[in-house]
Structure formats: structure tokens, C-alpha cells
Write a protein that binds this ligand. Structure first.
Ligand code: MLT
Ligand code: ZN
Length: 474
């Protein structure tokens, strides 16, 4: 791969994006060079911050001509090092933050057209101001940008009802690896006109092109919302409770999130202002959210009906129903701060896995057993989107252990969890993607015709391998 960028090349980039658009000072570059988890630190000679799609295209053309690798970067919140540049200085970062305009909201078509650098939170707020819901919610939404959210096909808390990011995409604008712009910002609900190109770029993690704008589907804004936190005796009880809500009204179920007692303890210990709204702590918790666009939908009695029966039958040990917006936010905070609390508790190994929903209890039992056998004292803190079968089977170092020594065991631990997941018919990456952390796992899990087809697509679109090199494909 490419030579280190020369002075001449950097001058060429500066001429495209202007002085505001090019960072070369090491202090300015530092935040773009390292990932959120601090797993990787690259050495890009420059960070380019174009302000228009045309500038993105010109930067890509210049990089293609010089054979310089490009790492597209949004909010830099990847869990798998998907947006970090190489250590050898051979790749620049192309940050999309300045493409931050909401272009149009259409409440009849129920669409939001926006640029890639808008944060997910700003996009949600813009939709809400027009009485609409952008139905995608992830813990990093204040920082994560639409381009990255789409490039990684983010999932999050509302997949159970609205699907993953890819289910919300009607149109895209993409700068291709040769600098050509594909203008596909269509907003059609039906459009059977050959290969579905937009879905090729969603989930490709920037390895096939750079998403610069999108048209997203909106939903009606919920007017009634109920949130409850439940304490449960077992993982089986959590699944049982899920089935009860599904049986009652799947259309009202907006989120069904699992947390282990161990994970909750870390949140309570490390996150200031967090408090458990239940009398007795438990080994298992569930956050359930019901929502409806209809005023008078009767969600409170519906929630109480399911929880009442579950309490009576011992499926739920205790439950707190939020009585205000502030209480709903406080319950959600207990869930959303799981990653941060784990980070503060020491080194951690993340396993973002999925299995069929019915097998989540088996996953929780068997993976815990396997990890404890490998490393006694390891803190097992699974949590996540039970309603989608997506569990973050995260592992925190034993108390007092050297963090580096713990991280040196990451391959063993991931392999142990992976073996259980494979046996249960699951996936090694449910929603975080492959990035730089997991390409080596791809042949074992998606080998044969599947990987070969991915390689051919990459070769066809990016024959010189300049788009986010070293990510996704081994
Ligand atoms: C979350 O759902 O909070 C993130 O995807 C989690 C993580 O693995 O830390
Ligand atoms: Zn998640």
C-alpha cells in the first residue's frame, strides 16, 4: 500500500479544502488517530475535513491518483476500530463533520434528508421538531454521525420495532473510490430497478465508498410512552417476560433490554447520580419500553397487566414503572451507561454477539461457564438487546489484575464465547461490525462463497484498495 504523503500531496489537499479543512499539526490530529476504546492509535499525516460532497470527491480523486489510503470518519465511536488509520502513516483520515446540514424533512413522505456529518442526536431532534421520530437510538448518539451510523448499519435499542439502520435507508449519496459521485438520494418506497446499491454501502464500513448524504424513513412521534425496570430471578424469566409482552401486543414494544446484576453493580458504583429504583437488587434486570403514537393507547394498564401476572407467578421479582419523563430517563441511564461503567472498572473484552432470541438464556449460561473456566475471577457483565437476540457478552478484568495481562487473553476469551455462539447458530458480530478488530474471524464464520463474493465486490468497486484499508476483509 501507498507511500507516505508528501508535502506536495498535502498542498494539493489544502488547495481543495482550504486551510480550515486540513489538519496536519499532531495535537489537532490526535483525537482522530485513536479509537474510543483506545485499542488502536494510528499516525495519519493529515486529517481532511471537506465541507461539501464535491470537496469529498476531489479529495478522493487526489488520493486515488497518489495511491493514498482514506479512512472515512464520523463521530469516531466505533467499538471495533473501524475508523482508525494505519500506524505507518500511509492513510489520511477524511472526517465528515463539516457536512452537517439537515437538507429536508417531509412529514407527508415521512422522510429526513441529511448530510453524513449530522450527529444522530441532532437528526433525532430535527425530526422531533417536525412531529416525527427518527427511530434509531444508540448509546453513542450524541457523538455518532449519520454517515458512520449507516456505514456500520448500527442497531441499538429500537431494532426490535423499526429494524437496523439499513431498514431506514431509502436513498444515499456516495462518493465512489474513483471520486465519482453516485447521486441516489431517492425517497421511493418502491423501486425495483436492479441491484440495490444503497444496501451495498450500508454495513460496508467505508470499504466501498464514502456516504455523504442520505434519505431516511421517519415514523410518527410516540405520544404515549411507558418504561419499566424489572428485577428477575433468571435469564429464562427474562425470555419468558419478553414472550408475554410479544403475545400481548408486539406493535407496542419499543425496547426490551437485558442487564445482568453484575453490570448494574458497575453502573451503580462508577456512574455518579445513578440509583436503583427497586428495593432489592437482583441477578437479572430487564428494561421494557412501550410506545404508541396514539394518545389514550392504554399502555399503562397494558404494562401493569403483564407485569402483574408475571409478579404473581414469580417471573418478575420486583418492578418500577417510571412516573415521569425524568424517571424514564433515569432508568434508561442505568442501561446506557453500561459501557462507560465497564470502561471505568478496568480493561474489558467485548463480544457483540447474536443468537436466535430463544437461545439467549443458553448463551448466557454456557458462555459464562466457559469464561470462568478460562480465567477465574473474571467479571462477566452481559447486557444488551434481548429482544433482538443481541447480547454484549462483555468481560471485565478480575479485580487487581494487570490490564495488559488481561487483554493478552482476549483471543482465548473471544474464542470461548465464539464457540458457544457458533453452536447456538449465532453471529460473531451483531451490530458493531468487523472493523479492524475482527477481519481475521471472517474466513472462519463467513468463508467460502460468501467471503469470495465480498472480495469480488471489493475488487470491482475499489480495485486499488484505497477505501478504509485493513477493515472488514482479511
Ligand atoms: C450498547 O448497546 O450500549 C453498546 O452497543 C455496547 C457495548 O458493547 O459496549
Ligand atoms: Zn448495543
Amino acid at each position: 500500500m501507498p507511500h507516505v504523503a508528501t508535502e506536495r500531496f498535502l498542498t494539493e489537499l489544502a488547495a481543495i479544502v482550504g486551510p480550515r479543512g486540513l489538519l496536519t499539526d499532531p495535537t489537532d490530529i490526535a483525537p482522530y488517530a485513536e479509537d474510543w476504546r483506545r485499542l488502536y492509535r494510528g499516525h495519519p499525516p493529515a486529517v481532511v475535513r471537506p465541507a461539501t460532497t464535491q470537496e469529498v470527491a476531489e479529495v478522493v480523486r487526489a488520493c486515488a491518483a497518489a495511491g493514498v489510503g482514506i479512512v472515512p470518519q464520523g463521530g469516531n465511536t466505533s467499538m471495533v476500530g473501524g475508523a482508525v488509520p494505519a500506524e505507518d502513516g500511509s492513510e489520511i483520515v477524511l472526517a465528515l463533520a463539516r457536512l452537517n446540514r439537515i437538507l429536508e424533512i417531509d412529514p407527508v413522505d415521512m422522510t429526513l434528508t441529511l448530510q453524513a456529518g449530522v450527529t444522530l442526536k441532532a437528526a433525532q431532534e430535527a425530526a422531533a421538531a417536525k412531529g416525527c421520530l427518527l427511530p434509531l437510538s444508540i448509546a453513542s448518539e450524541g457523538t455518532a454521525q449519520i454517515g458512520g451510523v449507516l456505514a456500520t448499519n448500527a442497531g441499538g435499542n429500537n431494532t426490535i420495532r423499526y429494524g437496523n439502520a439499513r431498514d431506514l435507508v431509502l436513498g444515499l449519496e456516495v462518493v465512489l473510490p474513483d471520486g465519482e459521485v453516485w447521486e441516489g438520494l431517492r425517497r421511493l418506497r418502491k423501486d425495483n430497478t436492479g441491484y440495490c446499491l444503497r444496501q451495498l454501502f450500508v454495513g460496508a464500513e467505508g470499504t466501498l465508498g464514502i456516504i455523504t448524504a442520505a434519505v431516511l424513513k421517519l415514523a410518527p412521534l410516540p405520544r404515549e410512552v411507558e418504561v419499566a425496570l424489572c428485577a428477575l430471578p433468571s435469564a429464562e424469566a427474562a425470555l419468558d417476560l419478553f414472550s408475554r409482552f410479544q403475545a400481548q401486543d408486539p406493535a407496542a414494544l419499543q425496547a426490551f433490554e437485558y442487564m445482568s446484576g453484575s453490570g448494574m453493580d458497575l453502573v451503580l458504583a462508577h456512574i455518579p447520580g445513578s440509583a436503583l429504583p427497586l428495593v432489592t437488587p437482583a441477578d437479572h434486570y430487564v428494561l421494557v419500553e412501550l410506545a404508541s403514537p396514539r394518545v389514550g393507547a392504554g399502555l399503562r394498564p397494558a404494562l401493569e397487566e403483564v407485569l402483574g401476572a408475571a409478579l404473581e407467578e414469580g417471573v418478575v421479582l420486583d418492578a418500577a414503572i417510571a412516573a415521569s419523563g425524568a424517571q424514564r430517563a433515569a432508568i434508561w441511564k442505568l442501561r446506557e451507561e453500561h459501557s462507560e461503567a465497564q470502561k471505568r472498572a478496568g480493561a474489558s473484552v467485548k463480544n457483540d454477539v447474536s443468537v436466535p432470541v430463544s437461545r439467549v438464556p443458553a448463551l448466557l449460561h454456557r458462555a459464562a461457564e466457559a469464561c470462568e473456566a478460562l480465567l477465574p475471577g473474571i467479571r462477566i457483565v452481559p447486557f444488551g438487546h434481548l429482544g433482538d437476540g443481541n447480547i454484549h457478552f462483555n468481560l471485565v478484568q478480575p479485580e487487581g489484575m494487570d490490564p495488559a495481562a488481561f487483554l493478552a487473553r482476549d483471543q482465548d476469551l473471544m474464542a470461548a464465547v465464539g464457540a458457544v455462539v457458533r453452536d447456538l447458530g449465532g453471529s460473531f458480530s451483531a451490530e458493531h461490525g468487523v472493523g479492524r478488530l475482527k477481519p481475521a474471524m471472517l474466513p472462519g464464520w463467513r468463508g467460502g462463497a460468501e467471503l469470495e463474493t465480498m472480495r469480488r465486490i471489493k475488487q470491482a468497486l475499489d480495485p486499488h484498495g484505497i477505501m478504509n484499508p485493513g477493515k472488514v476483509l482479511p
